[in-house]
Ligand binder design. Structure first.
Ligand SMILES: CCCCC/C=C/CC(=O)SCCNC(=O)CCNC(=O)[C@H](O)C(C)(C)COP(=O)(O)OP(=O)(O)OC[C@H]1O[C@@H](n2cnc3c(N)ncnc32)[C@H](O)[C@@H]1OP(=O)(O)O
Length: 358
C-alpha cells in the first residue's frame, strides 16, 4: 500500500521523538524528505569546503529521478523501521512482513540495506519462465532506485536455477513459431540489458546447481558466492542452442578461451571449486555454513558508503557497457535462429516428453 500524505506527516512528527539515529540515517532522511517534497535535486552543488551542505546535497542528488511518491513511501518505511527498532532493538521482523508485494515467481525483500531477489519456483528447480524474466527485470529496476546499497540474486530450495524453463518454447502464438522466436529474443535481450546496466553492486548467492542462462549472466555480476553443492552447467550444444548472457565475451575474458570453450561449446559442467579456480566464482563455502557466512559478510559490505561502492562499480564496468550491449544483441539474434533449428526443437521435445535430462 502506498504511503498517504497523512502517513508522511505522521512520520515527520514521529521522527522528532526518536533518539539520534546517527549521521548516515539522518542524511538518508533528509534526502528522502527533500525528494518527497521538492522532487529531484536541482540546486547548485555546494563548494568542497562546505562539508555539511555538500553531504546533504550528495545524499539528495544520489536519489536521481526517484519519484516523489516512492521517496515519501521510503521515508515512511525508514521512520517506521527506526521507531520499531528503538521500541525493541533486538526485534526481528518476520520475512513475510518484509516481503515486497506483487511478485509471483520471486520473493523480494529489503533489509539491512540489502535488496534480496530470490527465485521462488523450488518445485521446478527455479526454472525461468517468461513471467520470471519479467519479474526479475522489474525487481532489478526497483532495486536500482531503492535505498539499498547492494542487491543479491539467489534461489529458494535445492537449486539456484535450472535455467530457461523449456516449456517457454511450447506456447506458440497464432502468428507462428518465427514470431515466438522473435519475441523470445527481444525478452532475452531486455533481460540481459538490465544486468549490464544495473548500477549498484550485484551479488549472486548460488545456493545450489546452476544451469544455462543462470550461469551465463554471472559474468555480469560483481561478486559470486557459491555453496560447495553448486555446479555450473551450460549445455548449449546439447540443446541445439548457443551462448547468451554475454558469456561469449565474459567467459573467455574471465577464464581464458580454452576453458570457456569447454563450457560453452562442449557443455562441461564445473564444480564450485573449479568455477572458483577459473575466476567465475569469488569464493566457495561449505553448504552447512553457506547462508550464515555469506549473509554475515554481505551485511558488513552493505554498511560501506553506498555512493562510493556505486561509483567504484561504474569505474570498473562503464567502459565495457557499450560493447556488452552489442554482444547481447548479437547473441540474441543468433539464438533467435537457433530456436528455429531442428537440433533445438528435438532437444526441447526430448526433455518435455521425459526422454532426456541433463
Ligand atoms: C525466452 C527467453 C530466454 C531464453 C534464454 C535461453 C537460455 C538457455 C538455457 O537456460 S539452457 C538450460 C535449460 N535448462 C535445462 O535444459 C534443464 C532441464 N532440466 C533438467 O535437465 C532437470 O530437470 C535437472 C537436471 C535440472 C534436475 O533434475 P532432477 O531429476 O533433480 O529434477 P526434475 O527433473 O524431476 O525436476 C523437477 C521438476 O522441475 C522441472 N524442471 C526442471 N528444470 C526445468 C526447466 N529448465 N524447464 C522446465 N521444467 C524444468 C521438471 O520438469 C520437473 O517437473 P515435474 O515435477 O512437473 O515433472
Amino acid at each position: 500500500m502506498r504511503a498517504s500524505q497523512k502517513d508522511f506527516e505522521s512520520a515527520l512528527s514521529q521522527v522528532k521523538l526518536l533518539k539520534d539515529p546517527g549521521n548516515e540515517v539522518k542524511l538518508k532522511l533528509y534526502a528522502l524528505y527533500k525528494q518527497a517534497t521538492e522532487g529531484p535535486c536541482n540546486t547548485p552543488k555546494p563548494g568542497v569546503f562546505d562539508l555539511i551542505n555538500k553531504a546533504k546535497w550528495d545524499a539528495w542528488n544520489a536519489l536521481g529521478s526517484l519519484p516523489k511518491e516512492t521517496a515519501r513511501q521510503n521515508y515512511v518505511d525508514l521512520v517506521s523501521g527506526l521507531s520499531s527498532s528503538s521500541d525493541s532493538s533486538s526485534q526481528v521482523k518476520p520475512e513475510a512482513d518484509r516481503k515486497q508485494p506483487g511478485y509471483e515467481t520471486l520473493v523480494v525483500t529489503s533489509e539491512d540495506s540489502i535488496t534480496k531477489i530470490m527465485m521462488n519456483r523450488p518445485a521446478k528447480k527455479n526454472a525461468m519462465t517468461t513471467q520470471m524474466y519479467n519479474e526479475i527485470m522489474l525487481a532489478l529496476k526497483a532495486a536500482s532506485k531503492d535505498d539499498s546499497a547492494i542487491t543479491v540474486l539467489t534461489g529458494n530450495g535445492d537449486y539456484y536455477s535450472s535455467g530457461n524453463d523449456l516449456s517457454n518454447f511450447t506456447d506458440i502464438p497464432p502468428e507462428g513459431i518465427e514470431e515466438k522466436a522473435k519475441s523470445g529474443a527481444i525478452l532475452l535481450r531486455d533481460f540481459v540489458d538490465c544486468f549490464i546496466d544495473f548500477p549498484k553492486p550485484l551479488i549472486a548467492v548460488v545456493n545450489g546447481p546452476a544451469v544455462g542462462i543462470s550461469v551465463t549472466i554471472l559474468g555480469l555480476f560483481d561478486t559470486v558466492y557459491a555453496s560447495n553443492r553448486a555446479t555450473f552447467h551450460t549445455p548449449f550444444s546439447h540443446l541445439g542452442q548457443s551462448p547468451e548472457g554475454c558469456s561469449s565475451y565474459t567467459f573467455p575474458k574471465i577464464m581464458g578461451p580454452a576453458k570457456a570453450a569447454e563450457m560453452l561449446i562442449f557443455g562441461k559442467k564445473l564444480t564450485a571449486a573449479e568455477a572458483c579456480a577459473q575466476g567465475l566464482v569469488t569464493e566457495v563455502f561449505p553448504d552447512s555454513t553457506f547462508q550464515k557466512e555469506v549473509w554475515t559478510r554481505l551485511k558488513a559490505y552493505s554498511k560501506l558508503p553506498p555512493n562510493a561502492m556505486r561509483i567504484s562499480k561504474q569505474v570498473i564496468r562503464n567502459r565495457e557497457k557499450e560493447k556488452l550491449h552489442a554482444i547481447n544483441a548479437e547473441e540474441s539474434r543468433v539464438l533467435q535462429e537457433r530456436w528455429l533449428s531442428d537440433e533445438c526443437t528435438n532437444a526441447v521435445m526430448n526433455f518435455l516428453t521425459r526422454k532426456a535430462k541433463l
